[in-house]
Each structure stands twice: as structure tokens, then as C-alpha cells.
Write a protein that binds this ligand. Sequence first.
Ligand SMILES: Nc1ncnc2c1ncn2[C@@H]1O[C@H](COP(=O)(O)OP(=O)(O)OP(=O)(O)O)[C@@H](O)[C@H]1O
Length: 505
Amino acid sequence: MSQPITPRRTTRGAAPAPDSPASPPKSRPKSSHRRQPLAAAAEPNESKSLDALLDALPGRRAQATDLLRLLAPAPALPLLLHGGAATGKTRALLLALRHLRPSPRLVYAALRSLPSPRALFASILSQLNALSSSSSSRQRVPDKPSDFIAALRDALAGAVAQGELVYLVFDNLEVARGWDKGGQLLSLLLRLHDLLRLPQVVLVYVSSATPDAYYTMTGSVEPNHVYFPDYTVDEARDILMRGQSNPKLYSSFLGVVLKPLFRVTRRLDELAALLEPLFRRYCEPLGDLQAVPDEAMRRRLFEHLQPHLAVALNETFSVPMRASVEKCKDDSSGGKASVRRQFGGRDGLSSELEFHMSVSAKYLLLSAFLASRNPATLDAALFDSTGGSDTRNRKRKSSQASIDRKDTMAEEILMKGPGTFPLERLLAIFQCITSVSEDVLDEVECPDSMMAGSGTNALMSDVLLQLSTLCNSNFLSKSRSCPLEGSARYRSNIDEDLALKVNIS
Ligand SMILES: Nc1ncnc2c1ncn2[C@@H]1O[C@H](COP(=O)(O)OP(=O)(O)OP(=O)(O)O)[C@@H](O)[C@H]1O
């Protein structure tokens, strides 16, 4: 993380009344490398509410503490929260902001719930106009970013005139990249600190991309940043255990389902959506939902659940649909809804949809794409078990004739469309491209004895499971067994665009 700000905290006792119009504008604190323990500076009431904040954020203690340091009283630099999907960035930020005293003025825009730059401008300006109860609320929404900056400055001037800090939050910043002229807009948003030069305005960016991805591109002032790593399975368990009416029952349920599901998805929203119906199934044999199951009962519940768990593991794809987060809800439901659905059929993939699949499924899909698009004769040249790092066998530079021959072959392949391939070839390609990624092996390694053995067996059983999921989801098709070879053949149904979207991160 970059340089934090000295936590010159405003305590309740010392703070002016939250909405007092007479509150003086706050001065900017000096930057410092020094950090103070948060609780040490806190008064009893504050430490109680700090405990409540940390309780509401299992697995995010360090991030919540950093946020409180960096958000108040008046940070001199913008703040960037970054990390993978559903790692609690939004939740932690909104809860931390709610913890601040006096309550800050918040202008929040979740880019994922907005269709265009213009919608973003409109959302921000209307929130600001509501804050300052300005008469200009009927003004035209700017089309051009430069007009937006001018309108933003005017609207902010109205809001900060009341002496309050205004926190301007851009959530899901990475979404702007996909917008028309999104690169330009992104660079402008990241330069707001330099452009506005308003000390009372605190800029907060939330993104799944790393800071380097943005700041090398804009050359603007580098913000403070807080990283949100993926949850571990134990942290996910702590989060999912919150608010359960029968913790012992739920804990025994998580004991059997969480690890296998965690290999399919680590996203909390998806896990919660998967777990809810499974838990209902799990409880079906129970007469009393408040009962604490003994060992024999636990085994019975597991046996009852097992077939349903197998089905759930096969459905690895989900379509998160995000509603805008207007306010932070205290309960774990958050402000976003996640709807699960299997891909397939003629619907295709709308650009507004996101899909999630495990890393091993992504590699498998890419392996199938390559196997369908390239003739088997090219495999030896394209792949080797060293992932291409062994240069000893590299061929001499191709002659013009051989380049022409390859071009003609490529054209023919394109004309023919995707070809079919046997399972062995798919697995050989999969093995070659995963041999360079230890991460993949970590991900598919199955520590849970319930699902399979360990090591290679676990890897293979996972791959076969993923393969069947990809077939069920129409990403791949499986032909009937070939009468000569006696085994089934597969074909990839995805095009180059989708293959490019299968981003392995
Ligand atoms: N530590 C946590 N405790 C309780 N619930 C959590 C925690 N972390 C995440 N969640 C829940 O998981 C879901 C996703 O969290 P959140 O939206 O904060 O993640 P995010 O990192 O902002 O995701 P994205 O990058 O996709 O926008 C929400 O329902 C949220 O309430």
C-alpha cells in the first residue's frame, strides 16, 4: 500500500454536530508515514462502534482498519480499493464511511449499474444537486466529459460551501473501459483530484483492476490504496456463518459443502446463492430445525444432500446482475442481487452479462477451442510439456513457401469451421498449458476426501467434472461415440471473441 495519512481522527466528543451548517471547513492533514493504533485513540463509544464495524466485516479487519485511517478526517490523496470480484470492497467502504463522524456527505456511483458515461454524469450531478439543494437541479446533463467537469465543479462548490467533506465514490471503475471512449473518460476520472483541486472533496475509486493498470496510463497523482485479496475458505466460512439461527447445524452443513463449492467459485455472492437451496435440502430429513444433529444424523443428512450437491457442482456458471448500491445495508444481503443461470442454447452471451467459471474450466475451454481450431498435426509444434520454454527443438525460420502453406491451411481451417477432437487430445493440450501454471494446480487440487483422491486423481476428476459442465452449458458439444475409435468426440462452440473473453487471471 502507498503512504497512509496520519489518522488524526475526529471523535464523537470532539466532532461538530453532524449536520451543523456552521461547521467550519476542515483543513487538510499533513501526510505522514506514521501510523497509530486505531483503538488507542478511540473513545469508549467509538471503540464499541469500531467493534461493530469489524464484526460486520469478517476477514476484512486489516482493510477496515486501513480504510478508517485513510478516509478521515480529510485525506490529502484519493483512495483506491482494489481486489477481485465480491471480495467485500463495496461493503467495507460503505460501512467504513458510515462509521465516520460526523456522517460524511456521500455521492456514490456504481458504474456497473449505469449504461453510459452520460448516465454516470447524470447520477453524480443529481446526487450533488440534491445535497446542496441547488436550484440548478433541472440543468441539462452534459454529453462531453469536459462539460461534465465544469458542471461537477459548480455542483461541488454548492455542496462544499456548507463546510462538509464530500466523498465522491466511483465503484466498479473497470466498467468504464468497456464504454465508448471509456479510456478517455477513465483517465479524466482519475485526474479529478488534479482537475478539481478541492480539498473538501475526497475521491474514492473501487476497482477490480490493480492501481498500476490505471495510474501508469494517466500519469496522475498516485492514490493511497487498499488491497482486498480473495477470501480463504475459513474466512468465507466465518462470513457465511454470520446470522445463522442454528450455528451448529449450519456449521455441519458447511463442513460438507463449502470446500467442494469453493473450488467452483470463491465469490461470496455466488456461494451464498448456491448454499441457500442446498441448505434447504440438507434440512429436509430434520423434523426440528433447531435440533443439534448427532454424528449418525449428520451422516444421514449428508447422504440425503449428496445427489443435490453433485448437481450444484455441475452448475458452475452464474450471471451476476447488479443493482445500484444506493445505501449500505447492514445485513449480509448487501445491495447487489446475484441471479444464477446456466448458459446455453440460442441466447448467446449478451455483452451486459458476466460469467464466472473456475480457472481450470477456463483452461479447459481454451484447450478445447485450440483443439477445435487447429489440426492435430500442429499440436507437437504448438505445445510441449515445458509450455514452450524449451527452445532446443525450435525449428529454423520458416521460408516464404512454408508461410504461404500455413496461411492456406489456416484459411481452410476457417472455412471448415471448428473440428472435433477426442478426449485424449483435449487432456494432452490441457496438461501442456496448465503445466506452466502452478496456480491452476493449486486451484484444482482437491483437499477434500469427500470428492476424490488427491494429486493427479483429483486434478483429473475435476477436469472431467468441468468438461461435463462445459458440455451441459453448450460451450462444448459431445458427439456420439465414433464407431471406429469407440470413444466420444468433442467440439468447441465458442468463437474467437468469447475465447478472448475467457480471461485467465
Ligand atoms: N466480509 C464480509 N462480510 C459479510 N458479507 C460480505 C463480506 N464480504 C463480502 N460480503 C458480501 O458479498 C457480496 C459482495 O460484496 P461486495 O459487493 O462488497 O464485493 P466487491 O468486492 O465490491 O465486489 P465487485 O468487485 O464485484 O463489485 C455482498 O453481498 C457482500 O455483502
